[in-house]
Design a protein around this ligand. Sequence first.
Ligand code: ZN
Length: 314
Amino acid sequence: MSELPAQVRIREVGPRDGFQNEPEVIPTADKVALIEALAHAGLRRIELTSFVRADVIPQLADAAEVLDAVRLPEEVSASVLVPNERGLERALEHRAKFQEINGFLSASETHNAKNVGRSIEESLSGLGRTFARARTEGLRCEGVISTAFGCPYEGRVPPERVLGIAQRLADAGAVEIGFGDTTGMANPLQVRDFFAAARAGLPDVELTAHFHNTRGQGLANVLAALEVGVESFESSFGELGGCPVPVGATGNIATEDLVSMLHEMGIATGIDLVTLIDASCQVERLLGRRLGSHVLTAGPVQWSHRDQAEPATT
Ligand code: ZN
């Protein structure tokens, strides 16, 4: 086994990927308080919101208000997701409040058509223009490829196709590419082979893994990615977020679970797990229900030594 990285970067995507999939609309002030709490926990990359059409995703209709209100320490790199040039122009009215944009498309034609109503080629040329404009504003560009490990409509997506799209995004100015397992179809061997090829093919690009825990394989996939040198991950507090297809699917891997596993393995994240758990508890109170993260339920490993004298279980 190759040596694991000593530290990794984690981008918290819950305020966008999480809240956009909640049935209720979260009040703006609560979103802002949560984002600030996540920064306080040590998260240094946070995706704040998305400039999509309010009639499509009403949960994020307050993107401008969130950006205006949020106060983050200088060391936090804030990003917004933009679907196209129009979304970018709206975001740029609040340019001072973020440092990165994420532009996305799917690796499968069917998923891309259903998601954004465009062909992959149309999405790529749109993102080319979006990234070019963003770069003139000094913004860092991340390209995110959804369904990179499988598509609920088309099944397996050939890795060559995904890497070809990644190369086009890099050529368009993306310095980081996120590979999304949007509906949790990836397995660890597939992940290992994929990222080994991606590292060889895209040596100058930051490779980011965005796993969903739809089938309970999220953290196994993280380990597989770590083993081939991936040092950048995206996750969501409380395991929020996900994809409405298939119906009832659970969300992103939970940031608490990811941080707990990495720390137990001696890999630094800069995140204080207990403070992060406090932030997620805030959200549980806000939503009035339990969230999916395991560590949120069980507590950090150290806590299992206390208050647990009984019963003896195996
Ligand atoms: Zn996700």
